[in-house]
Design a binder for this molecule. Structure first.
Ligand code: SAH
Length: 335
């Protein structure tokens, strides 16, 4: 997009493509991912990922690396791109989700690369394990969710534990990546222990192994029994929130429609006090009005809503804002 800078060396024509392969089956490889591999002179990746796309690699230079050689993979990609080659660095799922995208940019920046320095970098998105595993078990991610990797190879355990504790407390649906390996067996047990401090033992859990690959296996269990399940390197563990349920072999997290509508026999009626296209009566504005009108003090409200007392105190101290325009704004588009 920028005009060429005469002081810079002419573009080498080299390119690095960070290609997410999705879960593994060709049906879930995007058209752009396939085209990026076709465009590449060199394909670099972990042995297993190379195997996933083996039939697309004829005539290409292929560099297979082991799991622990991530930085080497990025350095090698840069060296090739400097020679004017087009390099595809392949990752499972999405290259930006616990993948090669981050380490590659770190290596590039360390080598003095900038976006206009002649080597183009393209990130080709792929369906990540949380998308594909969720699709296989139903609709577990229909409300707020997050991903936590249990790998402590590069992240200190207290950091991982703090995040587990926070999201368990905050009632997120959670996708656990890298839950267990031959050597790392205790992390999943500790994750369970931290979750059980905040969540019910019967919270639904889905264990998805080798999604969209020949050895695919799905198991439904509960938080109380999670650690006993058959979990390995190619497993993603989905832990529901306090509303998630399993029915007829499907794990579903409600979106919240039942807060607003009564759905009976195919008909939909708005609950008393709620309006279609408007925030809930317990949404921000409605809730603020209610706590102000209640006369209850900040300490008690903080305990009731499990929110910081100083946050509630600040809200109560502010003058009621009549300029929000909430009443006049058009309803939000239905989703
Ligand atoms: N970039 C990848 C994640 C790499 S980390 C992505 O976006 O999906 C590796 C972890 O991803 C594994 O330990 C597992 O938790 C998860 N994973 C990757 N592929 C999977 C698959 N086919 N089935 C289940 N989990 C998978």
């Amino acid at each position: 997009m920028n005009a060429p800078d005469p002081l810079r060396p002419a573009a080498s024509g080299g390119k690095i493509m960070l290609v997410g392969l999705g879960p593994g089956a060709h049906a879930h490889l995007t058209a752009r991912a396939r085209a990026a591999i076709a465009e590449a002179d060199t394909v670099i990746g972990y042995v297993t990922y190379i195997r996933l796309v083996a039939d697309l690699l004829e005539g290409k230079e292929v560099i297979r690396k082991s799991m622990t050689e991530e930085l080497d993979r990025a350095i090698e990609a840069l060296e090739r791109a400097r020679q004017g080659r087009k390099v595809a660095l392949v990752s499972s799922g999405d290259a930006g989700v616990y993948g090669m995208a981050g380490p590659t940019f770190e290596v590039l920046f360390q080598a003095g690369w900038t976006p206009d320095s002649g080597i183009e970098v393209e990130i080709v998105p792929g369906a990540s394990a949380l998308n594909t595993c969720a699709a296989l078990v139903g609709a577990p991610l229909t409300h707020d969710f997050c991903a936590i990797s249990l790998s402590d190879l590069l992240t200190p355990w207290p950091t991982i534990a703090r995040r587990l504790d926070a999201v368990a407390y905050a009632d997120f649906v959670v996708a656990l990546y890298n839950p267990k390996s031959g050597r790392r067996t205790r992390q999943i047990v500790e994750a369970q222990r931290l979750f059980l401090r905040h969540r019910r033992p019967d919270t639904p859990v889905a264990i998805v192994k080798s999604a969209y690959r020949p050895k695919q296996r799905i198991e439904f269990t509960t938080l109380a029994r999670m650690a006993e399940a058959d979990i390995g390197m190619l497993t993603t563990v989905l832990i529901g929130n306090s509303n998630t349920f399993v029915r007829d072999g499907l794990m579903v997290t409600p979106r919240g429609y039942s807060n607003k509508y009564e759905v009976a026999a195919g008909e939909r009626a708005t609950r008393d006090g709620e309006r279609a296209g408007r925030s809930l009566s317990t949404g921000l504005e409605g809730w603020l009005q209610a706590i102000r009108a209640s006369g209850v003090d900040a300490a008690q409200l903080a305990a009731e809503y499990r929110l910081p007392q100083d946050y509630i105190a600040t809200l109560l101290a502010e003058p009621a804002d009549e300029a929000t325009g909430a009443a006049e704004a058009p309803p939000e588009a239905a989703v």
